[in-house]
Design a binder for this molecule. Structure first.
Ligand code: TRP
Length: 77
């Protein structure tokens, strides 16, 4: 795997309280391995690593990646 992929960062800014940033494992099994709770206005800067192949965001947040920006939405509406 290219190191570029491993080094990539995503920036997640919570737009409400209790946004969860969940890391999913790399490899044959895809499982949650870490969940980080962000409150409104809090920012997390995360990398894809040897252990993390995917990141799930639950709740309303702005997500900035090398490919552009996207907004996740709140389930509460
Ligand atoms: N121990 C994890 C790892 O090195 C930490 C981590 C990195 C993480 N990126 C993440 C946790 C994204 C949650 C979301 O892979």
């Amino acid at each position: 795997m290219e190191n570029k992929t491993i080094n990539e960062f995503v920036v997640i800014k919570a737009l409400e309280d209790s946004v969860n940033v969940i890391g999913l494992t790399r490899g044959t099994d895809t499982k949650f391995h870490h969940s980080e709770k962000l409150d409104s206005g809090e920012v997390m800067i995360a990398q894809f690593t040897e252990h993390t192949s995917a990141i799930k965001v639950r709740g309303a947040a702005k997500i900035y990646t090398a490919y552009g920006e996207v907004e996740s939405e709140s389930k509460k509406g």
